[in-house]
Design a protein around this ligand. Structure first.
Ligand SMILES: *[C@@H]1O[C@H](CO)[C@@H](O)[C@H](O)[C@H]1NC(C)=O
Ligand SMILES: *[C@@H]1O[C@H](CO)[C@@H](O)[C@H](O)[C@H]1NC(C)=O
Ligand SMILES: *[C@@H]1O[C@H](CO)[C@@H](O)[C@H](O)[C@H]1NC(C)=O
Ligand SMILES: *[C@@H]1O[C@H](CO)[C@@H](O)[C@H](O)[C@H]1NC(C)=O
Ligand SMILES: *[C@@H]1O[C@H](CO)[C@@H](O)[C@H](O)[C@H]1NC(C)=O
Ligand SMILES: *[C@@H]1O[C@H](CO)[C@@H](O)[C@H](O)[C@H]1NC(C)=O
Ligand SMILES: *[C@@H]1O[C@H](CO)[C@@H](O)[C@H](O)[C@H]1NC(C)=O
Ligand SMILES: *[C@@H]1O[C@H](CO)[C@@H](O)[C@H](O)[C@H]1NC(C)=O
Length: 474
């Protein structure tokens, strides 16, 4: 599918071949003697309206009547214009991507500008110091076309506030309070600004740019407690990048509900060992990010540090409420008596009452390990999502510990009678599943395909050494 940008590029190329020299104006200062041939729907050049422009709003509208594209730059500087509507038919402004292709500066009387046709621009937008200019009706067009390639400041309504450069002291001394929508990448590195300034970010609900927190001494990102959505720009390699913050204990992004990028290859990287809200892991896993680089083991936070603790249950299965369907914790039926090949002397017995409890869960935040059991089949009909952020481990006596496996959500091993597993509604497994040496299950070549087709966000489905289902995964 051709994207709009590509289409317009193609359109430009084709129309350039046919556009004659008389649509090219090089550097042009607009005055009452300016004239554009009526067949020039695309103007080429650098066009400026300024204090010397002796044209009224209406005369400009007439002059630009047929203009739909500008290839170059349009500048409106220091003019006496009040209402800019000559721009209302302009669909695209293209030029040097590093330049302000549309620049509206120091127009003290200007109150409105009409960009209602604008669909595409490859450059940047500058709208500064037009004290009476209210952009409210133009915000969505500006957002769609320029996103965070913009400098909009000093007008009566700016469509959000902006950050350019790292969020550090003293550069951000004048960062506004009550900023709700922020355009630009939010980068905290090394020493963060003083607490008071940092907490000005707590009014943010939307960030249009990426979030990077690196090498800081922050213990929490709680100053972003009201942030609901992050959307990074077309060039963002990372949408969220958290790394080397050795004091970070939790994120506290308690309202975050949406993680997006305008770059389909953008990734999330969360390093460090902090505790996470189960809802955050769910959001991450189910975002459209190309990849989640979730390095270092983490934990699920304690109840008093998560957003909605009452929807989860924890602790002994026998004590879990019958209505609870989101369980936080590891469900481990270990067998210390097994290796991969010897005969098992003492099989693990999983109580039927426990099975019923496990079967009631729709979401599990932890590992399910069943080793050396007598089970013939395991069916978890309600399970839809399972997440693990750590490596669950358990004592095997004499001070030794075994681990389930790095971020293993499930591990079934040496269940000599197990012929059938079934998770018909499971569609998210974050991250690894292992089925090792389980009777006939091991020989089921279709199992890989079945699980891989059904389950997203899983990194590894390992079925014995022979079947690493990774090749089946998308
Ligand atoms: C516009 O019209 C002039 C005169 O008829 C012609 O020379 C020119 O090629 C036309 N330009 C475009 C872009 O059609
Ligand atoms: C706008 O006004 C400021 C302050 O008077 C001045 O420094 C700046 O050069 C002006 N910008 C333009 C584009 O004229
Ligand atoms: C902008 O121009 C379009 C097309 O003429 C018109 O429909 C719209 O109402 C104008 N918008 C404003 C805010 O004046
Ligand atoms: C996780 O799964 C969801 C639901 O199928 C999917 O939309 C998303 O792209 C996946 N995310 C990753 C990182 O694979
Ligand atoms: C069998 O395993 C159970 C549970 O691990 C343990 O309590 C019991 O002592 C074991 N029995 C023998 C004979 O090893
Ligand atoms: C085995 O399958 C039966 C029938 O589907 C089911 O009732 C039972 O709970 C399953 N057992 C386990 C351990 O899942
Ligand atoms: C495995 O269990 C599922 C669900 O209980 C059932 O539909 C299927 O027939 C069983 N397969 C085998 C080989 O027993
Ligand atoms: C499991 O293997 C045994 C021995 O090969 C066979 O008799 C039995 O039918 C198998 N069961 C299933 C469900 O494939």
């Amino acid at each position: 599918m051709l994207r709009l940008g590509q289409f317009l590029l193609l359109f430009n190329l084709i129309s350039n071949i046919f556009s004659s020299e008389n649509c090219n104006f090089n550097v042009h200062y607009l005055t009452s003697s300016s004239q554009f041939p009526s067949n020039c729907s695309q103007l080429i050049g650098r066009f400026r309206i300024d204090q010397n422009t002796d044209l009224t709003s209406d005369q400009l509208v007439k002059l630009f009547e047929n203009v739909q594209e500008i290839r170059g730059v349009l500048q409106i500087w220091n003019s006496q214009l009040t209402f800019v509507s000559f721009t209302k038919n302009i669909k695209s402004i293209t030029g040097d991507p590093l330049e302000n292709v549309l620049s509206i500066v120091n127009n003290t009387k200007m109150t409105a500008v009409n960009l209602s046709s604008l669909l595409y621009s490859n450059g940047k937008l500058e709208i500064r110091n037009n004290q009476n200019l209210n952009l409210q009706k133009t915000c969505s067009a500006i957002h769609d076309v320029y996103f965070n390639y913009r400098v909009i400041t000093g007008n009566s309504f700016d469509c959000g506030c902006e950050i350019h450069g790292i969020f550090k002291w003293p550069q951000v001394a004048s960062f506004p309070e009550n900023c709700i929508v922020l355009y630009g990448d939010l980068v905290l590195e090394e020493a963060p600004p003083p607490f008071k300034v940092l907490y000005r970010l707590s009014s943010l609900t939307k960030l249009y740019g990426f979030l990077r927190v690196r090498n800081t001494n922050l213990e929490t990102l709680g100053f972003l407690q009201n942030l609901e959505a992050i959307e990074s720009g077309p060039e963002a390699e990372y949408t969220i990048h958290i790394e080397s913050n050795h004091y970070l204990r939790r994120l506290d992004l308690i309202k975050l509900q949406s993680i997006k990028s305008r770059n389909t290859d953008s990734i999330v990287r969360i390093d460090d060992e902090f505790c996470v809200d189960p809802a955050f892991v769910q959001l991450l896993a189910q975002s459209k990010m190309k990849e989640i680089q979730d390095y270092h083991v983490k934990t699920f936070c304690e109840a008093d540090k998560i957003n909605n603790p009452s929807i989860y249950c924890r602790g002994k299965l026998s004590a879990v409420n019958d209505r609870c369907n989101r369980y936080i914790g590891d469900i481990l039926y270990i067998n210390n008596d097994i290796s991969d090949y010897n005969d098992i002397q003492n099989y693990t017995k999983v109580p039927a009452a426990d099975i019923r409890k496990i079967q009631q869960f729709e979401m599990v935040f932890g590992s399910i390990l069943i080793e050396g059991s007598t089970l013939k089949n395991v069916s978890l009909p309600n399970l839809r999502e399972i997440y693990q952020v750590s490596d669950a481990s358990y004592d095997i006596g004499y001070g030794f510990k075994n681990s389930v496996g790095y971020k293993a959500v499930m591990k079934f091993r040496r269940n000599d009678f197990l012929e059938n597993i079934s998770f018909p509604n499971l569609n998210v497994a974050y991250q690894n599943m292992y089925f090792l040496h389980n009777a006939n299950l091991t020989k089921d070549e279709t199992l890989c395909q079945t699980l891989a087709n059904q389950i997203a966000n899983v990194s590894v489905i390992g079925i014995d050494a022979e079947y690493d289902c990774r090749s089946y995964l998308p």
